[in-house]
Design a binder for this molecule. Structure first.
Ligand SMILES: *Cc1c(COP(=O)(O)O)cnc(C)c1O
Length: 401
């Protein structure tokens, strides 16, 4: 059998055995609609109530502050599109976000601009940390919402959530965070950190795809994203995905309960991987070297193309990802790599390997054996690689045309 080394856990993760076992009964016998009025339905309702309490416990809120959604993107959309209309009446039409948000936040904010809202996209530094000075300067009595991600999906940088929340609140604005990469990978307590809304999703923490949640602090009014039969307090209507909800709860419970066990082991593997990869010449480590997700290893290799790199790694059975352009059909490298100030001609050679608890030291060895060979082969074929080093003049010319 061909070997498979899955190191793209920031894209999605395999469902764990616990999650699978928790979901299974709700996909078969327990198919009742929780809104119906008989025993089969009550069972589903009870399972959903229990799951809501479990998810709430994982982030330190109350069960009635959780709204189930069809994943992280929907939670982000609900937070922004649901919250802003209510603030317009109070004269606040300004949103502050960052340049490195996931597109679920970024494109929602761009859409809000077409509706007449004003949006400020904060800069980040070379490590991907938001500019808090700029946040303080831009925030005003017009600002309704500050939405900044907990941790970045491409470069792993963790943002100072409690500080951002404080700045937002001092100006009378609320704070939403896209914590899709954060939950289970860093300590998060919405009350201790004073977070008003938080998005999470199951499939990044070994749960199923298409199910997530938005935490909305008690007392905050939002308008529905999906109108219908009144489910999820009328904010996200539609018959509930009970199996998914139960799977989400088990994923959150397991990931948050075992952080102390999982994260140091994942980080140790990641550190060894990074140390080995950084021995490849003309390689740069991207993201914050300290305040970063434990599983994220992200790099730039000069004089190669991320696309070719991913394809050749795939030939070796290694799954990774790149912020390089071609996959998106645009000519620009990812907005995150641009925002941290990487020159175009370098940003094209990006690689992200994201480790999870299911990865092994032996897989790290395997990557450290294959990756340097792949990089060397690609460089030997590269038009901007000459005499064992990158020819930057050629690189600039290449991408200018
Ligand atoms: C994956 C991801 C999302 C989207 O979540 P889905 O459940 O796939 O919709 C949003 N934000 C971040 C930071 C992500 O990594």
């Amino acid at each position: 059998m061909k070997r498979l080394v899955y190191t793209d856990n920031a894209a999605t993760t395999p469902i764990s055995k616990n999650v699978y076992n928790a979901m299974q009964p709700w996909l078969t016998g327990g198919f009742g609609n929780p809104s119906s009025l008989y025993g089969l339905a009550w069972d589903a309702k009870r399972a959903m109530d229990g799951a809501r309490a479990t998810v709430a416990k994982g982030i330190g809120c109350d069960p009635d502050e959780i709204i189930f959604t069809g994943g992280g993107s929907q939670a982000d959309n609900l937070a922004i599109k649901g919250f802003m209309p209510g603030r317009t009446a109070k004269g606040r039409k300004h949103i502050i976000t960052s340049k490195i948000e996931h597109h679920a936040v970024l494109y929602t904010c761009q859409y809000m601009e077409t509706l007449g809202y004003r949006v400020t996209y904060l800069d980040v530094d070379a490590q991907g940390r938001v500019d808090l000075g700029q946040l303080r300067r831009e925030i005003s009595e017009d600002t309704a919402l500050v939405t900044i991600m907990a941790a970045n999906n491409e470069i792993g940088t963790i943002q100072p959530l409690a500080e951002i929340a404080q700045i937002a609140h001092e100006a009378g604005a609320l704070f939403h965070t896209d914590a899709v990469q954060g939950v289970g990978h860093m300590p998060i307590d919405v009350h201790a950190m004073d977070i008003d809304m938080l998005s999470l999703t199951a499939h990044k923490i070994r749960g199923p795809k298409g199910i997530g949640a938005l935490y909305v602090k008690k007392g905050i009014d939002i308008v529905p994203l999906v109108h219908g039969g009144g489910q999820e307090r009328g904010k996200m209507c539609g018959t509930e995905n009970i199996a998914g909800i139960v799977g989400l709860a088990e994923a959150v419970r397991d990931a948050t309960a075992r952080m102390d066990e999982i994260l140091p082991r994942v980080q140790a593997m990641r550190d060894r991987l990074v140390e080995g990869i950084m021995k490849i010449p003309y390689t740069h480590y991207t993201g914050d070297p300290v305040n970063r997700l434990p599983g994220t290893a992200s790099f730039i290799f000069e004089a190669i193309e991320g696309e070719g790199l991913i394809m050749r790694l795939n030939n070796e059975g290694i799954c990774g990802s790149t912020g390089s352009a071609c996959s998106t059909g645009s000519l620009d490298p990812s907005h995150v790599l641009m925002a941290i100030g990487l020159p175009h001609e370098i940003a094209h050679g990006s690689l992200r390997l994201t480790l999870g608890e299911q990865n092994t030291e032996e897989e790290v060895d395997y990557i450290l054996e294959k990756l340097p060979q792949v990089v060397e082969t690609l460089r030997s074929m590269s038009p901007v690689w000459e005499n064992g080093k990158p020819n930057m003049t050629a690189a600039t010319e290449l991408h200018a045309h």
